[in-house]
Design a protein around this ligand. Structure first.
Ligand code: ZN
Length: 592
């Protein structure tokens, strides 16, 4: 549920906007019967499978499965989050969103911090272009950066002065307190203030809307005892590890190429971009964070990592790989020759050579196994056990059971260990949790359980039907997590005495998966004149049986496991539960 925006306001916004009008503002729609069609903006296609239904105020693509209402459209098309999309529509329709005083006060401070950073960027850029910036300009051209690139990334130079920026920003009426909050200046001992960055090359760090969040700065000449790179400290607008350097300039290319190249540093990112390979971002820091990975996931699910080829770079790559798996992303690793990073590589070789390296990037499994086997000789049994453990640690995080099985098979082959041994080892390290069958059924994929789908179609077509089944079915009865969510939402709305309108229903769900699911069910076909009540009852009893069957299946698995582990007490209680279920006579054996 959308926490921040009250339902009545959401309803108001949705009632004032027409989906056809909104989408036609982005690309033309062609009428086809009661619907309108277009080539889908979310996947490549030659014949249109993107459909807009004006009656239901929904869109759906039968090619890629994306769908929803006006809010979902903006979220997908403009890559907005739920709140941003609702705010945009509120502005369009003139609906006022409620805001509390505290938030408007801090939003005033936030606006001022952005403004201060923007002035700082201008100050540093002007200084780089002044006579005093000659040495820095030479340095940049020695690093093969063109003027265009320097301007595009808005690089600057901080003067070798204590109060250069401070005095400039004071002329812009920024208070010392505000400047201190921005982190660009610090308070000295004698009530004075001094600049954080002195005699350094300055890199503005932008968010995806190209607002300056923070600045990074590099020494022009390496000096002993001084950090080569320093950054703005965290502030109200900047939290480390939440942003990716370059994304404001490269997100369109990432979306178009459908993969992101992830590098480590400012210069890596800039050089790759300048070489004409524009789908690149820098993590700024050795380890990627989960937030950074989710940020990439807004644009693509595919990543090629190109970190330094030294041991620190390899270790950072290994850590990041596991995080990518957890976020269900496809990751490959491109390997540079020893002692190169992307920046130094591109200064020596052509873009073509870099592309060749990208083309030969290794998958997670091959990269990790290759690296570990080269570090630890696997002829030695202890090393073999260690490598197996490290590989299983990644394999256990893979959510797709088929992929997991395939990796286990290949690992067994590569290490010359029996597959069964690896499988039992994997079970042991799986957080000691019993193997939960239902987890598998809850993985969202486009295949919806047909009975659950039919039931949902009936309910969405005739919402009165829900009152008939509300007391006999509960959300836990469903195997598909999205259907369970939609079902519990409908029950909640009905109990509040609200009408169920599909476009509003989608609006209350701020996750895209459920929105696409509803739009797909609604768009699929018109509901015929069947005896809906009879079909409904049939669905309910099938869903009930299906749940019982799954419980039986999962109990059997748990019993096997308890037996293997010799846990007699646990086994007895499981057997008791299973007998009880079987006695109730509802367990059928043929569930798939
Ligand atoms: Zn599509």
């Amino acid at each position: 549920m959308a926490n921040y925006i009250p339902e009545n306001i959401l309803d108001d916004i949705l009632s004032r906007i027409d989906i056809v009008e909104l989408i036609s503002g982005y690309f033309p729609l062609k009428r086809a019967g009661r619907n309108l069609r277009a080539l889908c903006p979310f996947h490549h296609e030659k014949t249109p499978s993107f459909m807009v239904n004006p009656q239901k105020q929904i869109f759906h693509c039968f090619g890629c499965g994306k769908g929803g209402n006006v809010v979902s459209f903006l979220m997908e098309y403009e890559r907005m989050d739920f709140i941003e999309a609702v705010k945009t529509l509120a502005r369009k329709t003139g609906v006022e969103l409620p805001k509390n005083e505290a938030s408007s006060k801090s939003s005033g401070l936030i606006t001022s911090l952005y403004k201060v950073n923007e002035f700082a960027v201008k100050f540093y850029r002007d200084f780089l272009n002044s006579a005093s910036g000659a040495a820095a300009r030479t340095y940049l051209s020695k690093r093969s950066l063109s003027n265009d690139t320097v301007n595009l990334f808005q690089l600057g130079l901080s003067p070798d002065k204590w109060e250069g920026l401070f005095n400039y920003l004071r002329t812009k009426n920024a208070s010392p307190a505000l400047l201190e909050k921005s982190g660009l200046v610090s308070k000295g001992q004698n009530q004075g203030y001094y600049d954080r960055f002195r005699k350094r090359l300055v890199f503005p760090i932008f968010d995806v809307k190209s607002r300056v969040l923070a600045l990074g700065a590099r020494l022009l000449e390496d000096a002993p005892g001084m950090a080569k790179y320093i950054n703005s400290p965290e502030s109200l607008i900047y939290v480390k590890g939440r942003h990716l350097y370059g994304l404001n300039l490269t997100r369109e290319a990432i979306r178009k190429e459908d993969y992101a190249i992830v590098v480590e540093g400012y210069f890596d990112c800039i050089s790759v971009f300048q070489a004409g390979i524009k789908n690149v971002v820098a993590s700024l820091g050795t380890s990627l964070t989960a937030e950074q990975i989710r940020l990439i996931k807004r644009y693509t699910r595919n990543v090629i990592m190109v970190y330094d080829s030294d041991q620190a770079g390899q270790d950072a790559t290994l850590r990041s790989l596991d995080m990518f798996i957890q976020e269900d992303m496809n990751t490959r690793v491109a390997i540079l020759p020893v002692n190169f990073d992307p920046d130094s590589f591109l200064r020596k070789f052509e873009a073509k050579a870099f592309r060749h390296i990208l083309d030969n990037a290794l998958g997670l499994f091959d990269y990790k196994l290759g690296l570990l086997s080269s570090r630890y000789k696997i002829i030695n049994p202890e090393n073999k056990a260690f490598v197996a453990g490290a590989m299983l640690d990644s394999i256990k995080k893979i959510r797709n059971p088929i992929l997991q099985a395939e990796y286990l098979r290949r690992l067994a082959q590569a290490l010359d260990i029996k597959e069964e041994v690896l499988i039992s080892e994997l079970r042991k390290i799986k957080d000691q949790k019993p193997y939960d069958f239902r987890e598998f059924f809850r993985i969202p994929d486009s295949k919806i359980n047909p009975t659950e789908r039919l039931l949902m179609r009936l309910i969405l077509g005739e919402t009165e039907l829900i009152t008939k089944i509300k007391s006999v079915l509960s959300p836990e009865d469903f195997q598909d997590a999205r259907i369970a969510r939609v079902f519990s939402l409908i029950c909640e709305l009905i109990s509040k005495g609200k009408d169920i309108e599909p476009k509003c229903l989608i609006g209350y769900l701020d996750d895209r998966e459920s929105a696409s699911l509803i739009s797909e069910i609604l768009a699929a076909d018109e509901h015929s004149q069947e005896d809906s009540e009879e079909i409904l009852n049939d669905c309910v009893s099938k869903i009930k049986k299906q749940r019982l069957n799954l419980r039986c299946q999962s109990l059997r698995e748990e019993i096997k496991l308890a037996q293997k582990q010799g846990d007699q007490g646990h086994m007895d209680s499981l057997v008791f539960e299973l007998r009880d279920l079987l006695r109730s006579g509802s367990c059928l054996e043929e569930v798939k």
